[in-house]
Design a protein around this ligand. Structure first.
Ligand code: CP
Length: 299
């Protein structure tokens, strides 16, 4: 049987996503209750910097009884031209799963094509599905059921926006994205066949947040976008999450951010460190959601 992979998140059915979030809540309550990785190792390859992803996977794998082999890509022969295919064939002989953070979705796809063990996306140019799992877990904790919940995403429709659209709609969430021209999510994004929610695009952030239970944002200058930082800051200046925008959302609405944040740009310090955020819960939930994901991948 071919291994399961997790490249975009749409490898999950709606039912599997529900079950994975249920399991993540169980693991959050009892972090040491699973030995799913006992005696097994997971390779984690980072081509880009990371704080949350690296720590949450490393600690989560340890809590599952396993061992994390954390590798910087410049330590691997990949950086000297060894083919992703050969890397996949070799790693498959040693570890139970391989995670990769990369700028190139094509490398993930090539690893997945040749690996005998699950490949998981720890952030790519196109997707950040592990972050979206943690975000849905955070929404579930706040809203009990995800079916029909409205989540507003404000700003650059980057990899995390795409993953929220794909996985959120699969979970039954209505995702409202507000972005300026040139920074919007592609019109032809195909939602999963079993999506129960929806994705709607706006340019006005105040329209997007109307009725939203949560208001999400991300940095204006993502990793790799540094060359266009000035024009991005100019284009996205009207897309800051502040108290006024939160006030326009549903009563009790809270702020979300995948971090790292640039307070004063996409989010105000008052919101980031205020009473209406669940941002630090999101950061913690990376570990619980990813442990449930690892269980599903190696099952
Ligand atoms: N949100 C996120 O992926 O954080 P890191 O880049 O620190 O891993």
């Amino acid at each position: 049987m071919p291994p399961r992979h997790f490249l975009t998140g749409t490898e999950l059915t709606a039912e599997e996503l529900d079950a994975l979030l249920d399991r993540a809540l169980e693991l959050k309550r009892e972090p040491l209750s699973s030995n799913a990785l006992a005696g097994r190792s997971v390779a984690l390859i980072f081509e880009k910097p990371s704080t949350r992803t690296r720590v949450s996977f490393d600690v989560g794998i340890h809590e599952l009884g396993g061992h994390a082999v954390v590798l910087r890509s410049d330590e691997l022969q990949l950086s000297r031209g060894e083919a992703p295919r050969d890397t996949a064939l070799v790693l498959s002989r040693h570890v139970a799963a391989v995670g990769l953070r990369t700028g190139a979705d094509a490398i993930l796809e090539e690893l997945a094509a040749y690996s005998a063990v699950p490949i998981l996306n720890m952030l790519s140019a196109g997707h950040h599905p592990c972050q979206a799992l943690a975000d849905l877990l955070t929404l579930r904790e706040a809203c009990a059921s995800l079916e029909g919940v409205r989540l507003a995403y404000i700003g650059d429709a980057n990899n995390i926006a795409r993953s929220l659209a794909l996985l959120g709609s699969l979970a039954g969430v209505h995702v409202a994205l507000a972005s300026p021209a040139g920074y919007a999510l592609e019109d032809d994004l195909a939602l999963p066949a079993s999506a129960r929610g929806s994705v709607t695009r706006y340019t006005d952030p105040y329209e997007a947040v109307r009725g939203a239970a949560a208001v999400y944002t991300d940095v204006w200058v993502s990793m790799g976008d540094e060359a266009t930082a000035a024009e991005r800051r100019s284009a996205l200046a009207g897309y800051r999450v502040d108290d006024a925008l939160l006030n326009a959302a549903a009563p009790g609405a809270f702020a979300m951010h995948d971090l790292p944040a640039h307070p004063g740009e996409e989010i105000t310090p008052e919101v980031l460190y205020g009473a209406r955020e669940r941002i630090w819960d999101q950061a913690e939930n990376r570990r619980h959601a990813q442990k449930a994901l690892l269980e599903w991948l190696v099952a």
